[in-house]
Design a protein around this ligand. Sequence first.
Ligand code: ATP
Length: 234
Amino acid sequence: MTATAPARTVLRAQGLSRVFGTGAGEVRALSDASLEVAAGELLVVRGPSGSGKTTLLNLLGALDRPTSGSVWLGDAELTALGEKAVLTARRERIGYVFQSFGLVPVLSAAENVEVPLRLRRTPPAERAERVAAALDAVGLAGHAKQRPYELSGGQQQRVGIARALVAEPEVLLADEPTGQLDSGTAAVVMDLLARVVHDRRVAAVVSTHDPELMARADRVVELHDGQVVDRGNG
Ligand SMILES: Nc1ncnc2c1ncn2[C@@H]1O[C@H](COP(=O)(O)OP(=O)(O)OP(=O)(O)O)[C@@H](O)[C@H]1O
């Protein structure tokens, strides 16, 4: 008999709420949302436009602070850290993938992937090695010198994934990563994301509108009007 150790929880949100003050009054974007993500798990957050997916991902990634509730990354309570410590946690422990890729247009694919390593002051020789390995892992070894405009949308997002993973984060957050891709390319990118999450044992949260992308999820959380309404296939 083989015993499998339960997967380690890496990211945990407890009772997260976020209220935005606007000229027209208060908007409750997220209400009392709780979730956990384990190492090597791909959690998909789905829900209609305006349901709070981006708000939730921004809070999980410490890009925003909740009105109430907490986010834990391992033993560290992200929501209790000061600005400097949050910045360090973001650089060292979390990788981000954006819907519009977020690549720097004047930098090559390799230079874009290198950015997180420069921010972490990784020595140049090690940077070159890790960038090459990251581009290889997303199938772009032959495209290192190309600028973003010389790449297709799917290739640009693969560069985005390589950049998010090059520094070996514990957490990967992707907000609508396939939102600007046609359905065939979206499927390729989502398959790649699922593979790297499982291979590298990253705890990943991916938001999407696209029902087809649910198939790659280990677990699905559904948001409606800022509330977790359903735990889908999990
Ligand atoms: N900075 C802000 N100020 C005011 N209201 C905001 C702000 N950010 C989000 N909201 C509101 O919070 C709610 C949730 O928005 P959010 O962007 O999180 O939804 P979403 O599910 O990501 O939507 P989409 O799928 O369209 O990207 C919406 O009603 C939105 O208008």
